[in-house]
Design a protein. Structure first.
Length: 257
């Protein structure tokens, strides 16, 4: 009986010792499980602020939701800025370069401009044809048994007649012998020119004229079958007529005679 009692006592003493060892093991397990749960909450995006004495504990913040909200705000702001109309005040605010610093842009015209050559007046010819463009109806030579001592230029009545060269008028009027109204010009080089059958004379005796100046108008006065200019060249003295064609050709005027 003592043996049983001692055995029983041993068993009785063993039971509390085994329970005392198991209780600390359960508390460790609870602590580990709680720590794992806290770590899981931190990895899931939930942060718990620690409370100090006298400071209220802030509520949990969802950082993912805040980041999404900021991204949406940035996207909305960029869209509004890109579609916002440009006002004149915004463009006027940009400073323009000062005249002292702005580099001048050469214009295309200035880059390609060439110096304009000065116009020089062409020297007037010493001799001109008395009626330019007129038809020649008769040349110097024999005609109807007599000497035709000049060249006939025909154009409509009233066509201006021009001095063949510069000189001084020595006769102006009807000189007779069938020439009608005539003008004689002394050119001062031993030659005179004669313009006959004029309808109207535009110069007077003693007047100085230049080459090409109008001295009268074509007509049919004197012995003439129609309006024309009878033109003669006198060499050395009046009434010493020569062939006008070679004389004019020598001075650059070609006539079809």
């Amino acid at each position: 009986m003592q043996e049983d009692s001692s055995v029983q006592n041993e068993n009785t003493h063993d039971v509390p010792r085994h329970r005392a060892r198991r209780r600390p093991g359960r508390r460790s397990t609870y602590f580990v499980v709680g720590a794992v749960a806290l770590i899981g909450l931190g990895l899931g995006g939930v942060s718990v602020a620690t409370a100090d004495h006298g400071t209220p504990t802030p509520a949990a913040v969802d950082f993912d939701a805040q980041a999404r909200a900021e991204a949406a705000a940035r996207a909305d702001r960029s869209v509004r800025e890109s579609t916002a109309p440009v006002t004149p005040s915004a463009t006027a605010a940009s400073p323009s370069p000062s005249p002292s610093t702005a580099s001048p842009t050469p214009t295309k015209k200035a880059a390609t401009a060439k110096p304009t050559p000065k116009k020089t007046a062409k020297p007037k010819p010493s001799w001109v044809i008395p009626m330019k463009g007129a038809a020649i109806t008769s040349c110097y030579g024999q005609r109807w048994g007599t000497l035709h001592a000049g060249i006939d230029f025909a154009m409509p009545a009233g066509t201006p007649i021009h001095a063949a060269a510069a000189g001084t008028v020595v006769k102006a009027g009807d000189v007779g012998d069938g020439y009608g109204n005539s003008v004689f010009i002394d050119h001062g080089n031993g030659y005179l020119t004669h313009y006959a059958h004029q309808s109207r004379i535009a110069v007077s005796v003693g007047e100085k004229v230049s080459a090409g100046e109008v001295i009268g108008y074509e007509g049919a006065t004197g012995d003439a079958t129609g309006p024309h200019l009878h033109f003669e060249v006198h060499k050395g003295a009046m009434w010493n007529q020569i062939d006008p064609a070679p004389f004019l050709r020598a001075r650059g005027i070609d006539v079809a005679c």
